[in-house]
Design a protein around this ligand. Structure first.
Ligand code: IMP
Length: 424
């Protein structure tokens, strides 16, 4: 059975947790393939609410094996804390599989993330300050430490020495910070290694064998397409590849093993952190979206920037991922408006752009061209079939589907597990 990838089509926080829950019943493996504990998935199982940052959501379902693939950056302290907290709530975590090739987030990555952001001042990216960028930078520079190094103290120590020599120079001479102590880091991390040892394995082989045996594998993206390092709104992006293509490189399976690609998008847009956001709404509308949609980050608690649905950006994202179906979330939030808007193009200096512009200048200065539709002003939470939706909500949905050129399979009309409408 081929795998399924679940990817965000905007700037993250589209509601992937809820969709994972929807799919979990038929899923044997849930795989994280990129990012780290910058992510935040909120999942409601029964009457319990969980906020997961690093452990794949599959941990919450007894029949699922959660897998952390090679493309993830792992803060071992956070991973252990998350596992401890889950165990404390009665969740069995022993099934977790952790790739030995995943890179480690080290204490100096956290410190560098903080001081680099501070140095950037008003140009800062608005990162989650979890050390993600500096950890991926070391991976690319080939001076990163990996999960498997935790199992080999001598190698760990030698690699740390090489990395720390440079990092301490940067921390002290460039940023005026105190140097970090090799021994303290070694003691702390090797202790984590002893606790993580039972989970560490060759996850690529496990997944390849699972797919060969016809087991179902869900690759759960963190962050989203417009935060993709290569195809997002660079430099205001994360340092990994959340796109469906990243599921292959980040977990060690080939493209032919992923057949179903589900893109998730909200019925409006949000983003946290800095960067271009062409359809960002006026405060009067944004405040309503924040209030009704509860738009505060799971990881940092930051208020999300809010705006209208951007069909240009979403169509771009759908194509980058070869999305086979779209799940639309939070349609109920738009019930709060008399008029709802869809951006169908951008205008830059009188020039119309029907496609996502490859130029940062255009993207930064573009003004959205909106189509306005009458709002429906009705509670949608009881809707379970398309026929239950008010005609104006259906018209919005039809137009959105037409603009993004991808079929919508489900529509979420509330936070609850069953507040879903099957669209096809
Ligand atoms: P970093 O991933 O911490 O380096 O942050 C880079 C950018 O990605 C910032 O704009 C963050 O706000 C954003 N970001 C990172 N993780 C998430 C997420 O899970 N949801 C939404 N935005 C995120």
């Amino acid at each position: 059975m081929p795998g399924t990838a679940l990817v965000g089509l905007q700037w993250g926080d589209e509601g992937k947790g809820k969709v994972t829950d929807l799919l979990a019943g038929d899923t044997d493996f849930v795989v994280r393939y990129q990012g780290g504990n910058n992510a935040g998935h909120t999942i409601v199982v029964g009457d319990q609410k969980y906020a997961l940052h690093l452990v794949p959501t599959g941990v919450l379902y007894r029949h699922c094996t959660p897998v952390i693939g090679a493309g993830v950056v792992v803060n071992p302290r956070v991973l252990l804390e998350e596992l401890d907290a889950l165990q404390g709530r009665g969740v069995e975590t022993g099934r977790l599989l952790l790739s030995g090739n995943a890179h480690l987030i080290m204490p100096y990555h956290l410190e560098l993330d903080r001081v680099q952001e501070r140095r950037l001042g008003k140009n800062r990216l608005g990162t989650t300050k979890r050390g993600i960028g500096p950890a991926y930078a070391d991976k690319a520079a080939r001076i990163g430490l990996r999960v498997q190094d935790l199992l080999e103290p001598k190698i760990f120590s030698a690699k740390l020495e090489v990395a720390l020599k440079e990092k301490n120079l940067i921390l002290t001479r460039v940023y005026g910070r105190l140097p970090m102590d090799q021994k303290a880091i070694e003691d702390e991390y090797l202790a984590y290694g002893r606790r993580l040892a039972p989970y560490i394995t060759d996850t690529a082989v496990v997944l390849q064998e699972a797919l060969d045996a016809g087991r179902s594998v869900l690759f759960e993206g963190a962050q989203a397409t417009l935060l993709d390092l290569d195809h997002g709104t660079y430099p205001f992006v994360t340092s990994s590849n959340p796109m469906a293509g990243g599921a292959c490189t980040g977990s060690g399976v080939g493209p032919r093993d992923i057949e179903r690609i589900i893109g998730i998008t909200k019925a409006y847009c949000t983003r946290v952190g800095s960067g271009p956001f062409p359809t960002e709404a006026d405060p009067s509308d944004a405040d309503v979206m924040v209030e009704v949609g509860g738009e505060y980050g799971t990881t940092t608690g930051r208020r999300r920037r809010c705006g209208w649905f951007d069909a240009i950006a979403t169509r771009y994202a759908a194509r980058l991922n070869s999305v086979t179906e779209v799940i639309l979330t939070k349609l109920d939030v738009l019930s709060a408006f008399d008029v709802v808007r869809l951006a169908v193009a951008y205008d830059f200096g009188g020039r119309r752009f029907d496609h996502f512009p490859p130029s940062q200048t255009v993207l930064n200065k573009a003004r959205p061209v909106y189509e306005e539709l009458p709002g429906w002003r009705e509670d949608l939470s009881e809707a379970r079939a398309l026929a239950d939706l008010p005609p104006r909500a259906l018209a919005f949905l039809d137009r959105l589907e037409e603009l993004i050129q991808t079929p919508v399979s489900w529509v979420s009309v509330g936070p609850g597990r069953d507040e879903m409408v099957r669209a096809r």
